[in-house]
Design a protein around this ligand. Structure first.
Ligand SMILES: *[C@@H]1O[C@H](CO)[C@@H](O)[C@H](O)[C@H]1NC(C)=O
Ligand SMILES: *[C@@H]1O[C@H](CO)[C@@H](O)[C@H](O)[C@H]1NC(C)=O
Ligand SMILES: *[C@@H]1O[C@H](CO)[C@@H](O)[C@H](O)[C@H]1NC(C)=O
Ligand SMILES: *[C@@H]1O[C@H](CO)[C@@H](O)[C@H](O)[C@H]1NC(C)=O
Ligand SMILES: *[C@@H]1O[C@H](CO)[C@@H](O)[C@H](O)[C@H]1NC(C)=O
Length: 346
């Protein structure tokens, strides 16, 4: 990949490269301070023993995708609720429905885990904004695909009310990293009806916001940056053990040597298989200053994937650099300038 940065000043050597995954403090990303994934449950119809609701996951992160194999949403019912039926997603366990004969609920789990359908699901299992295999694009990159929603019918509520919001919302992507606030009552969502001519508020709307922490997701960094310039043959490589040390003490990072690539592996596919390198990082970003003229300077960015069992087709890279306060042009890839507040060039 080529990223060319043009600016007026010729001195391009003082630079700072920040890559998204490496720099987040706990549950707060200074480069995307209001980023979150909001989970909204809109109760839009009452039934004899419960309600019908639409659940929406909206990714408000500017550059953080939810990638394959997609999100998993879980919660704990506060009473003995069951899910009669679902559209646009499904619960991965039916649970113990032995007290029901006909019909049998979709899930009787006290703590159901919901996953999205893949895109090839049949038409009658779909709803609007569903069925993308759990992928949620970052909002600045693809707003159309930054939300996911599904419908469910909940029953077996205590007969007095619409019940209580589920507790302990969890969002796995599919690994850890997100922490969700309790679902709270908010102003009801206004749902357009009759093709937008009529507006109908939901009976009740519960919302939770889930924020990401790289420390919860990974014990060690997942990428490193190396640097070089056209005028100096020396390459500043990633510091050794940037993301862990190979085969050191028990319980630390392990890796696979290139000679072992073709041998049949008995690795768990949920586990990333990382090629052995000095830095031990899954991803390396190399920043090479290609030229430095009076009117502009250019950089070639090379991103290397050292995870042998992942292809990462839908990636993005976040760069923070004082030169980017001037208009920059990227070649080969699309770029967006994030409206991040408090940008500090050093
Ligand atoms: C979640 O993100 C949206 C959009 O940036 C923002 O309006 C909202 O305040 C955020 N919620 C929280 C609790 O930070
Ligand atoms: C299922 O629930 C019923 C009624 O609550 C209980 O009697 C039965 O033991 C449960 N079965 C299992 C396999 O847990
Ligand atoms: C539910 O209805 C039954 C019978 O109508 C009543 O005895 C019970 O108190 C009600 N429960 C609640 C929580 O309102
Ligand atoms: C990655 O892509 C290559 C080429 O398309 C393919 O041969 C390989 O099986 C893919 N690997 C994984 C882990 O998906
Ligand atoms: C870049 O953006 C254009 C227009 O939005 C789109 O057609 C194209 O597919 C994008 N290319 C990449 C590599 O994302």
């Amino acid at each position: 990949m080529m990223l060319s940065l043009h600016r007026q000043l010729p001195q391009a050597v003082k630079l700072m490269l920040l890559v998204a995954f490496c720099t987040l403090s706990d549950c707060y990303d200074p480069l995307d301070p209001s980023g979150n994934i909001t989970v909204t449950i809109d109760i839009n119809q009452r039934t004899d023993d419960g309600y019908k609701a639409r659940v929406t996951l909206q990714n408000y992160y500017q550059y953080r995708h939810v990638i394959e194999p997609g999100w998993k949403l879980g919660w704990t019912w506060t009473n003995k609720e069951v899910i009669w039926s679902m559209k646009g997603a499904f619960a991965i366990d039916r649970g113990n429905c032995s007290t029901y004969t006909d019909p049998i609920p979709h899930s009787c789990m006290q703590n159901p885990t919901i996953v999205d359908f893949s895109s090839d699901v049949s038409e009658d299992s779909r709803t609007e904004n569903c069925c993308r295999g759990g992928l949620l694009s970052a909002r600045a990159i693809n707003p159309m695909n930054s939300l996911s929603s599904f419908e469910l019918q909940v029953g077996n509520l205590a007969n007095d009310s619409l019940g209580h919001a589920p507790s302990s919302l969890t969002l796995m992507t599919p690994g850890p990293g997100y922490t969700c606030s309790p679902l709270i009552d908010t102003d009801p969502t206004i749902i357009p009806d009759l093709g937008g001519q009529r507006q109908v508020p939901a009976y009740r709307t519960w919302k939770s916001t889930c924020t990401y922490s790289s420390f919860l997701a990974h014990e060690s960094p997942v990428c490193c940056a190396s640097l070089s310039t056209f005028y100096n043959p020396t390459i500043t490589s990633c510091p050794s053990c940037s993301c862990g040390c190979p085969n050191a003490e028990k319980g630390t990072e392990t890796c696979i040597r290139p000679v072992d690539f073709s041998s049949p592996s008995n690795y768990d596919n949920d586990q990333e298989i990382i090629q052995c390198t000095d830095h031990m990082c899954p991803i390396r970003v190399h920043w090479h200053i290609k030229n430095n003229y009076r009117d502009y300077w250019g950089v070639k960015l090379t991103i290397s994937n050292y995870v042998r069992n992942r292809n990462y087709s839908n990636w993005n890279l976040l760069v923070q650099h004082p030169g980017l306060s001037q208009p920059a042009t990227t070649y080969s890839f699309n770029s967006t300038v994030l409206p991040t507040v408090g940008f500090q060039g050093t």
